[in-house]
Design a protein around this ligand. Structure first.
Ligand code: BES
Ligand code: MN
Ligand code: ZN
Length: 503
């Protein structure tokens, strides 16, 4: 995908499709600036267009070099937000797909509360995210989507700001599409080893370092949680370590990102039902996918932050050697866990990665990302991820920062409480902890389980079980893997660099 900017007159742009975002309330500044410049057909069309958010109309004007001009509604007034812009641009991207437009130019709308950088970023994200289609297994050679996006920059805009926004939008959306590709891939093509190979290739392509451990090293490290989940599997587990350590990093102690890499979750011997449950479980590596996509974007954008990624990976299956309810597992931290449900496997992988992070990096912050509990989907649906952290004095500020990133990116996170009393749900008769806390507050007890392994380091837990995967299209998220978490993480980390030192 090529993304460029231009200040050339819109009427002269040599593209297959020219996109005009329009808002309802006249006089829309964009329309004023364009009045008369695109010819009478466009002027008349604009007067006749109700700019409801996401509505589109295709025109074939005589005066423009572009054979098609598409209006797309931004909704009421001129106070549109980044999400309005993403949604509108995504609607435009769908028209581009329908018309098999290879090159698409979009006019950056004037005004609105957004600065030029955020506006350009939202426009590019909407085009790329909305124009995404997963075609790996389609045997017809259908249209792959536009290859070039041109952002038109009017006189009222600051060109360098727009360029910066376009670059950020491109990198973040591309990272999200990488995560979508990984989630959408058939489980028989993404064993733990194949996932690790894909991460290696990503590191080589984007310029970050990757080290992968196989089963022997995982055993040497004492990662009993990863090994227990892997016992029913034919395929060995992997543990991938991603490293982005630019020389101009502003931090010494790294930020660590941990992604749940359960490449397929049958539930193990505590087997899942197929419908609306196991049939989505190729997405159970959505957290790992988000970490990989975030690394690509961090590297592409040269973000001056030292970041480490940890991806423990395996499938979870029944089998002759599979772990059983009643098994007691010794974890990497040394703690023992009584398994009472083999379907609560994600926390076992994450716990090993978290205590490894504590031991080896003394991180300034750890964020784990995981499709962890159905309970979180019951609580929040698909509109937001659950976010949890230890209830210390720093909790409120930490939660606020990630929530703000959620609002900026449209990848919302909502806090769940982590009261001490929830620990009672995890008390085991025979071991230090049990791996399930019962039906009540399931998302939280999973969070409390993880907290046991973070040893007071600054930590955020993101339960993305709801928003990671969709069975229906929604605005700029086509059905399937959504790439949720990539833009959230990158925006949050990028912002933490910019605001460092402020208090
Ligand atoms: N991968 C699932 C959680 C999940 C559910 C992700 C729905 C996406 C959509 C996880 O491993 C799991 O099975 N969790 C159990 C935990 C329970 C046994 C305590 C759950 O949520 O039912
Ligand atoms: Mn499970
Ligand atoms: Zn799972």
């Amino acid at each position: 995908m090529t993304v460029t900017t231009t200040t050339e007159a819109p009427v002269d742009l040599e593209v297959d499709l020219l996109l005009l975002p329009v808002s309802t309330t006249p006089p829309a500044p964009l329309i004023d600036a364009l009045a008369g410049t695109l010819g009478p057909a466009v002027d008349r069309g604009l007067q006749d267009f109700e700019a409801e958010r996401g509505r589109t109309r295709v025109l074939y004007p005589e005066h423009t070099v572009a054979p098609r001009v598409v209006f797309v509604g931004l909704g009421d007034g001129t106070d549109f937000e980044a999400d309005d812009l993403r949604t509108a641009a995504a609607a435009g991207a769908k028209v581009a797909l329908d018309h098999e437009a290879d090159t698409v130019a979009a006019l950056l709308p004037a005004s609105g509360p957004l600065n030029d950088t955020r506006a350009a970023q939202g426009l590019v994200e909407g085009l790329m995210l909305g124009g995404y289609r997963y075609r790996r297994y389609k045997t017809d050679d259908g249209f792959e989507g536009p290859s070039t996006i041109v952002v038109h920059v009017g006189e009222e805009h600051d060109l360098p700001s727009v360029e910066e926004g376009a670059e950020r939008g491109q990198a973040q959306a591309a990272g999200a599409c990488t995560a979508r590709d990984l989630v959408n891939r058939s489980p028989d093509e993404k064993t733990a080893r194949q996932l690790a190979e894909t991460i290696q290739a990503s590191g080589e392509a984007h310029g970050y370092a990757v080290e992968t451990w196989g089963e022997d090293r995982i055993r040497e490290e004492g990662m009993g949680g990863v090994l227990a989940v892997n016992r029913g599997s034919f395929d060995p587990p992997t543990f991938s370590i991603l490293r982005w350590a630019p020389s101009n990093a502003v931090n010494d102690a790294p930020v660590v990102l941990v992604g749940k890499g359960v490449v397929f979750d049958t539930g193990g011997l505590s087997l899942k039902n197929t419908k609306d449950s196991m049939d989505m479980m190729k997405a159970d590596m959505g957290g790992a996918a988000a970490v990989v996509g975030a690394f690509e974007a961090l590297a592409d954008l040269d973000v001056p932050l030292h970041v480490v990624g940890l991806v423990p990976a395996t499938d979870n299956r029944p089998g002759r050697k599979a772990y059983v309810p009643g098994d007691v597992v010794r974890m990497h931290s040394g703690a023992t866990v009584e398994i009472l449900n083999t379907d609560a496997e994600g926390r076992l992988l994450l716990a090993d990665a978290l205590s490894y992070a504590v031991d080896h990096y003394s991180p300034e912050l750890v964020i784990d990302v995981a499709t962890l509990t159905g309970s979180c989907v019951v609580a929040l649906g698909q509109a937001a991820a659950g976010v949890m952290t230890s209830e210390t004095d720093a909790a409120a500020e930490r939660l606020y920062a990630i929530q703000r990133a959620g609002e900026r990116t449209g990848e919302r996170v909502h806090p769940l409480p982590m009261y001490d009393t929830y620990n009672e749900h995890l008390e085991s008769d025979v071991a230090d902890l049990k791996n399930v806390g019962g039906r009540k507050a399931g998302a939280i007890t999973a969070g409390k389980f993880l907290e046991h392994f973070v040893d007071e380091m600054p930590w955020l837990h993101l339960d993305i079980a709801g928003p990671a995967f969709r069975k229906t299209d929604q605005a700029y998220q086509p059905k399937g893997g959504t790439g949720f978490g990539v833009r959230l993480l990158v925006d949050h980390l990028d912002n933490s660099v910019r605001t460092r030192g402020e208090s």
